[in-house]
Design a binder for this molecule. Sequence first.
Ligand code: ADP
Ligand code: MG
Length: 331
Amino acid sequence: EVAVNRIAAGEVVERPASAVKELIENALDAGATRIELCLKDGGKTLLRVIDDGHGIPAADLPLALSRHATSKIDGSDLLNIHTFGFRGEALPSMAAVGRMTITSRIDGADAASITVDGGEMGAVKPAALSKGTVVELRNLFYATPARLKFLRSDRAETAAILDVVKRLAMAEPYVGFTVRDITRDEAGRVSFRADAQSGDMFDALGARLRSILGADFADNALPIDAEREGITLTGFAALPTYSRGSNVAQFLFVNGRPVRDKLLIGALRGAYSDFLSRDRHPACVLFLELPPTRVDVNVHPAKAEVRFRDPGNARGLIVSALKHALAEAGH
Ligand code: ADP
Ligand code: MG
């Protein structure tokens, strides 16, 4: 069981940033409105995600750490996935490559915690916590030196973590995010903060993007709101004058999940092809929403790529919506 978990762990958790993605997605799935991440040494010695979500019942703590135990689908519904998680793989995989403690509390019950160390699950114990869940992952990959060696500098791993948090924060403007680097002391240094936004989607997203990407992007961004045959596209796309020398400012989401997808990047390029040379890349934050039955998010365990039932539709929507917005803005 431990060996199986370690093999699977390599797919789900390649570095601290991938653990952060899984932990924050779990917090979002639990309905959290505030999420705080504390990290030490680029996440290699400590990752701690604190949320105010609905929590895990004490009796379910061992289950949450067992392979393929998910509370999110019943198995008959693999095509209808609304939550980030659905495989029940993340927690056991992480627990197999580090020391994990989960402390959680549901409404109307006392808090409890469980620790997995070296693949050995301890007993559920009483704990102190006012609300939600705290997942702590210590010494990631110390038991698998080959992987540990593969990690980059603390600085580079921290940057990768911040990138993951920022992408998730873009998709969830109503949720407050804080990242605290506690390498030096427990109080730490805030390395990222995005306050929970309110108001309608464009107001909330606009404010969130202004805080993450800066006024320069926000001042040059056109709101996008389009629909075609059951697919919607919303977000902001920047004017061609705000293009970049690489695609660092392209943030694409499918059904709320951050993706890096060739088809979508190609569609973006197509939309701007009249205005940008090959070495310039448009900047945008775009959300594609379509029925879960029309898109496969199951292509890769890290879920960064997607497969569309009808790629032409998604591409056509992006190209026409962005061309239309650019034309309206005088291009
Ligand atoms: P998945 O997210 O695919 O279901 P995970 O291994 O990530 O699998 O998590 C296993 C289960 O543990 C989840 O289905 C959920 O019930 C529970 N869980 C994990 N993290 C949290 C959290 N932060 N708040 C509430 N429940 C959680
Ligand atoms: Mg999960």
